[in-house]
Design a protein around this ligand. Structure first.
Ligand SMILES: [Cu+2]
Length: 476
């Protein structure tokens, strides 16, 4: 047993012997004050790898450009790039990747949102040790959509992901192709992640309070670039947005209240497109949106920004800030009509097979994030489900912090949310992560696929996850 694990387990042993108190001690997280800038750094895009086969990818320490002030040391899956390659795959593709770990610690890769065998899913027990390698192989057999990948070694997921190990996956299929959505230069992958940059050095050193709220940065990066701009034509763009932040929630909107149309979310296209002016995007969530910049003239700018939002705990939601700038460099006259009908989604009825997951903070020797009063334990199976069964899982957030809950190995539907937020436009399709603001109860319904083995259910606030807010379920 590693020393750190031993110390942690011993501490838990002592706490378990005493009565665990419900959280009564209030944590007082302080929001990070957002940095501002004139958005003069050119937005970059991840390197696209089409239908990877025997692709070699190495996790390592590298220097990459975050802004115009020089290079920043970070961890990456690509030399001198601050985002991993973008894997574009056709449904049915046999993916194979030789993963080399050139870090000085163990790591692994979780393929977030993909329905793949447990042994390929980056279970925290399945780590690749320093200077070793592993072959990830699976068949992509699910709907078109934007998925992603990042490390998942317990107690190191937050730091490794934050330091730069993340990338996007886009799956295409015939149904989506038939819609003829904006593509090529009009389809932009945007990976959002907040960083803490001191003299261009990337720091990960959460305080106890920041473990409680999640680690948030004052500088928002898009595709690894801080305060970026990109040049556009005044037409309709398709933006594939991933929130790869450890803990930050964005209430995404455009300047001048420019409306946009949601066409998809975590698990692909929605049934119908929905026009909105803002949308709450939690860590690990993806949205697929169409934005019509047609009313802008040559030289006009528009910002993607985050509006304030209520009930985000003390640490976030109180400040409005911009994420990136679009500048119109060319005008065209064309009328793109956004399709109203996109796909067919068979609704799953709420199942009589239910499981309850209480999301809590507990006071022991220190505050810890727990599910059903349990901290993650790698050798304990918390729930056993049958392949092919449809179940409804009920998440109950009894804490005063937001928790984005993620289930591995399955896509679910959101059946119900308590309170007045209801089910948001982008939550009406297939999902693999759902945000619970404080005091919300959310029911999700899913049918477990025939991939037997051990998977995770956890909070995707990565500090909470590493703190132990994760359980294990086995599909049998
Ligand atoms: Cu959480």
């Amino acid at each position: 047993m590693e020393r750190r694990t031993f110390i942690k387990k011993s501490a838990i042993g002592i706490v378990a012997g005493s009565a665990l108190l419900e959280s009564c001690m209030k944590v007082e997280p302080v929001p990070v004050s957002m940095a501002s800038d004139n958005f003069s750094n050119l937005l970059g895009f991840p390197k696209v790898i089409q239908n990877p086969q025997d692709y070699v990818m190495t996790a390592k320490s590298t220097l990459a450009k975050v802004n115009n002030n020089g290079m920043t040391e970070m961890l990456s899956y690509m030399e001198n790039m601050s985002t991993g390659p973008l894997f574009k795959m056709q449904k049915g593709h046999d993916f194979s990747l030789l993963f080399k770990n050139n870090l000085d610690e163990h790591t692994n890769i979780h393929w977030h949102g993909l329905l793949i065998p447990a042994k390929m899913d980056g279970h925290p027990n399945d780590v690749v040790h320093a200077n070793e390698s592993f072959n990830y192989r699976f068949t992509v057999n699910q709907r078109a959509g934007a998925y992603w990948y990042h490390p998942h070694p317990h107690e190191a997921t937050a730091r490794q992901t934050y330091m730069g190990l993340a990338g996007m996956i886009i799956v295409n299929d015939a149904e989506e192709a038939a819609l003829k959505l904006p593509s090529g230069e009009l389809e932009l992958p945007l990976i959002i992640s907040d960083k803490r940059l001191t003299n261009n050095a990337l720091l990960y050193n959460p305080t106890t309070n920041e473990v409680m709220s999640g680690y948030m940065g004052e500088t928002i990066t898009v595709n690894g670039i801080a305060f970026p701009f990109t040049e556009i034509t005044n037409t309709t763009y398709r933006l594939r947005i991933l929130n790869a932040s450890n803990a930050r929630i964005y209430n995404l909107a455009f300047s001048n209240n420019l409306p946009f149309t949601v066409i998809g979310s975590d698990g692909g296209l929605l049934e119908n497109s929905v026009k909105v002016t803002s949308l709450l995007l939690c860590p690990a969530e993806r949205i697929d949106i169409l934005v019509d910049f047609g009313k802008l003239s040559l030289g006009d700018v528009a910002f993607l920004k985050s509006n304030t939002f209520p009930n985000g705990s003390k640490a976030q939601g109180q400040e409005e800030f911009s994420l990136m700038k679009f500048i119109v460099k060319k005008t065209v006259s064309e009328n793109y009509t956004i399709p109203a009908r996109l796909s067919t989604i068979e609704r799953l009825a709420i199942s009589s097979k239910t499981r309850n997951f209480k999301l809590q903070m507990k006071m022991g020797l220190r505050m810890t994030h727990r599910i059903n009063n349990k901290l993650y334990e790698s050798n304990r199976i918390d729930e056993t489900v049958k392949a092919g069964d449809t179940e409804t899982w009920i998440f109950n957030n009894s804490s005063d912090e937001p928790h984005p809950m993620h289930i591995h190995g399955v896509q679910f539907q959101i059946s119900e949310r308590s309170g007045n937020r209801g089910i948001l436009p982008h939550e009406k399709g297939w999902k693999d992560v759902v945000l619970l603001l404080p005091n919300e109860i959310v029911k999700v319904t899913m049918k477990f696929p025939d991939n037997k083995g051990k998977y995770m259910v956890h909070c995707h606030n990565l500090e909470h996850e590493d703190d132990g807010m994760m359980l294990q379920f086995e599909i049998v």
